[in-house]
Design a protein around this ligand. Structure first.
Ligand SMILES: Cc1ncc(COP(=O)(O)O)c(C=O)c1O
Length: 408
């Protein structure tokens, strides 16, 4: 037998195009620098991340401890009956009528968004989004092989929607849906009924689905959020994407839902659900009591975030050169800074700057835009600190901007 060198016969392996292209989390980019800074004894205020800092309601852990399961079996692919009934009650509480058969329990709102994209788009189809947008929409679109078509919003009007004509300009023969988040991450904008009417009319006229991400539904500080589900003329084309994560402080439970009155959408999403078998059994059962009677859990959380929103709004007014508006909902705001490159500023803050041995971790807003060069002087602030720490953070921001402007 002739000797063959196995090593020279080996062919190289390569990562997929989608794998190469998928975006890493821009929010976490600077996090390792923050860890290094903390190790060196500097206190870092995290204004960068959207994970609520408040405790999870005791009822969740009580429900888990009260379980008497002999076997941890797969749940049905559409969700466990008690979880489906709980979601139905939750929606009814908000004046939205969904039957259990119109709901699919998902692994967080994230899976609901991916399923919705996959159900309404073929590879290469387009989904309209409004930028700045929740940055993981990029990742979801890559997973679903869908192209996001961003429509630019402006800080000048608090990131409210443009005219019908502006939106329609982006529609092509490949456009299948409009995806938006109301209240919005990252801007905190709550769209008015009139703005939603614009989207409803466009969806009707152009035969588009509306993918309505309502994971921040309760976080509205100037009156209730109008859901796009309240327009009966688009009943068949609205897909609601929802989640327990933020409203109950249960991000780690990974329980979301996809809701639709369109039988074909639901049966299609169920097939995706069957392919991944099911969502975690224990967590579905654990959040069901909260969904069935949400108000006692959500009301104090929302109140706390209203106080924080007000504190941030008042604090920003004291910082010269900052562009901002009053966010109507969620727990974020995108602000304009008197700097050329907010990524450079954020990096400098976390690597070098110190104010009484403390500094800030910010999320540069470029990561929330798909259009290159947009949001260059903007950052997103998340209100995940108590009011005293928020006040302190804004004082640090003011002092840092003064030093930075002298230095660069
Ligand atoms: C706008 C928006 N949609 C969806 C999600 C997904 O959250 P989850 O998968 O935890 O439900 C998030 C999380 O930050 C979000 O901000």
């Amino acid at each position: 037998m002739p000797h063959t060198d196995v090593a020279t016969q080996q062919k190289t392996v390569s990562i997929s195009r989608r794998g190469r292209e998928v975006q890493g989390s821009p929010i976490r980019k600077l996090a390792s620098l923050a860890e290094a800074r903390k190790k060196n004894g500097t206190r870092v205020y995290h204004l960068n991340i959207g994970q609520p800092d408040l405790p999870t309601p005791r009822a969740v852990f009580d429900a888990i401890q009260g379980l008497d399961l002999k076997t941890l079996a797969y749940a049905p692919s559409n969700g466990l009956p008690p979880a489906l009934t709980a979601w139905k009650k939750y929606f009814a509480h908000h004046g939205m009528t969904y039957d259990e058969r119109e709901l699919i329990v998902t692994a967080g709102g994230s899976e609901a968004i991916v399923f919705a994209m996959e159900a309404v788009c073929d590879p290469g189809d387009e989904v309209i989004v409004f930028e700045p947008f929740y940055t993981n929409y990029n990742g979801f679109a890559t997973i679903a092989d869908v192209k996001l078509k961003p429509i630019l919003l402006s800080i000048e009007n608090g990131f409210h929607l443009p005219s019908e004509q502006e939106i329609e300009k982006m529609i092509t023969p490949r456009t299948r849906a409009i995806l938006f988040c109301n209240p919005s991450n990252p801007t905190g904008t709550v769209y008015t009924r009139e703005e939603l009417q614009r989207l409803a009319s466009i969806a009707s006229r152009h035969g588009l689905f509306i993918l309505s991400d309502e994971v921040y539904r309760e976080f509205a500080y100037e009156g209730e959020v109008t859901s796009i589900t309240s327009f009966p003329e688009i009943r068949d084309r609205v897909i609601v994407l929802d989640s327990c994560s933020k409203r109950f402080n249960v991000c780690g439970a990974r329980i979301g839902v996809l809701a639709s009155h369109n039988d074909e959408v639901v049966s299609t999403v169920l097939k995706f659900g069957q392919a991944r078998l099911s969502v975690a059994t224990i967590e579905q059962l654990a959040v069901a009591p909260l969904l069935s009677d949400p108000e006692p859990y959500t009301a104090p959380i929302v109140e706390e975030f209203r106080r924080r929103r007000d504190a941030v709004y008042e604090g920003l007014a004291k910082i010269p050169g900052v562009t901002f508006y009053k966010p109507e909902g969620a727990f974020y705001i995108v602000i304009g800074l008197p700097v050329k490159d907010s990524e450079h500023f954020a990096k400098w803050l976390i690597e070098e700057y110190s104010f009484e041995n403390e500094t800030l971790l910010l999320a540069p807003a470029q990561g929330f835009y798909a259009t290159p060069g947009k949001g260059m002087n903007e950052v997103r602030l998340a209100f995940m600190l108590n009011i005293d720490d928020l006040h302190k953070s804004l004082r640090i921001l003011a002092a840092a901007l003064e030093t930075y402007q002298k230095k660069f």
